[in-house]
Design a protein around this ligand. Structure first.
Ligand code: PLP
Length: 393
């Protein structure tokens, strides 16, 4: 029986894992599961990666935490590395996705007050968006069910349909006080939806004309998952602010709010803070994650494995009534069915496959970036029959 002393905020599946190896997890009975979820896009390097284990162990034997009251050389190195791979300028470190987005929202408001003389700054956000569960990020999130009971929400957000440039141009023509547009270039929780590159380029241009910050929430799709370091790199643009978390430490909690151009240089001592943010252990884990992604050519692997998984399912599910769409980019994959399919998660677990269903009817796959050809075959051969059976029942 689960302990009654853990607050009841999750409907948990009846499995507990004791250890992992690569893309595989093992439960208390020794049964093994192929991890096609990575703890929701977290375990970038899979489980028990020797380089990461070595880094964390060695750092634990030196120092875990010092405080941002002192210089933290590992944090500085990580900031340099993030600047290098993103072409952006400066990084605020925190511990989670919502914290990174909270920092981005505060930065956008600060930009409005300090640079644009706007008293009541507004941030444009998207339908189906997910940005977190703190009051500000929940207000930016597009899930009424998640918001219900937590009102009053934080004001200052204006919602538009995803992928609809005209809606944003309409706002630009009418609204005063807009300071930023915030979006996921590839929505995760909302159902694995992606914008096309031309939309992102037009949005970038509009933000430049209007003097708005473009904020990309890369908490789920960032750190190599789409086959490039960051999702926006596919469109050849650069945002003013991006947020990272989930995959950045490959399991060690760390978040980052990265700024460039007109969003850089705004925060000063006292503007924002985090006790734990960017501590030596988390920074070391993130540095090693980035090193291994580069060294083991995991960007290429994410692109290739993702293509193979989508092609595999397209093949295995060809002509199956009820399969509405197979989409995604790299190792962020959605298989949309024409009906709610949450029960597939438990059936997959039974079959030794860890998957997720989001937005009610979208099977979401977020495998670790080390996913091999064999893992891909195991996933497609195991999951496609479950989907076929489910749809024919
Ligand atoms: C998961 C997620 C968040 C929130 O991250 P937490 O670490 O759970 O606070 C924010 N944005 C996106 C796009 C996410 O997928």
């Amino acid at each position: 029986m689960p302990s009654p002393h853990v607050m009841n905020t999750y409907t948990r599946l009846p499995a507990a894992f004791t250890h992992g190896e690569g893309a595989w997890l093992f439960d208390e009975a020794g049964k093994r599961y192929l991890d096609a979820l990575s703890g929701i896009a977290v375990s970038t390097l899979g489980h028990n990666h020797p380089r990461l284990v070595e880094t964390i162990s060695a750092q634990a034997g030196k120092v875990l935490h010092t405080s941002n009251l002192y210089r933290i050389p590992l944090q500085e190195r990580l900031a340099d590395r993030l600047a290098e791979i993103s072409g952006m300028e400066e990084v605020f470190f925190c511990n989670s996705g919502l914290e990174a987005n909270e920092a981005a929202i505060k930065l956008a408001r600060f930009y409005g007050h300090k640079r644009k003389g706007v008293d009541l700054p507004t941030i444009i956000v998207m339908e189906h968006a997910f940005h977190g569960r703190s009051l500000a990020t929940l207000s930016a999130t597009a899930n009424r069910k998640a918001q219900a009971g937590f009102e009053p929400l934080v004001p200052g957000f204006l919602r538009v349909p995803y992928k609809d440039m005209d809606a944003i141009r309409h706002v630009a023509a009418r609204s005063h006080g807009v300071v930023a547009v915030m979006l996921e270039v590839l929505q995760g929780e909302g159902g694995v939806h992606l914008v096309d590159e031309s939309y992102l380029r037009e949005l970038r241009a509009l933000c430049d004309v209007q003097g708005w910050l473009l904020i990309c929430d890369e908490v789920q799709c960032g750190v190599g998952r789409t086959g490039k370091w960051f999702g926006w790199q596919h469109a050849g643009i650069r945002p003013d602010v991006m947020t990272l978390a989930k995959g950045l430490g490959s399991g060690v909690p760390i978040g980052a709010c990265v700024a460039a151009g007109r969003a850089a240089g705004l925060f000063q001592p006292g503007s924002h803070a985090s006790t734990f943010g960017g501590n030596p252990l988390a920074s070391a884990a993130a540095l090693t994650t980035l090193d291994v992604v580069a060294g083991e050519k995991l960007l290429d692997n994410a692109a290739r494995a993702g293509d193979a998984i989508r092609a595999g399912f397209a093949d295995a599910l060809a002509g199956v009534p009820g399969v509405a769409d197979i989409r995604g980019r790299g190792l962020m994959i959605g298989i949309e069915l024409d009906r709610p399919c949450g029960e597939l998660v438990a059936r997959a677990l039974e079959a030794g496959l860890l998957i997720n269903v989001t937005a009610g009817n979208v099977i979401r796959l977020l495998p670790p970036l080390i996913f091999s050809d064999g893992d891909t075959r195991t996933l497609v051969e195991g999951l496609a029959p479950l989907i076929r059976d489910f749809l024919s029942q």
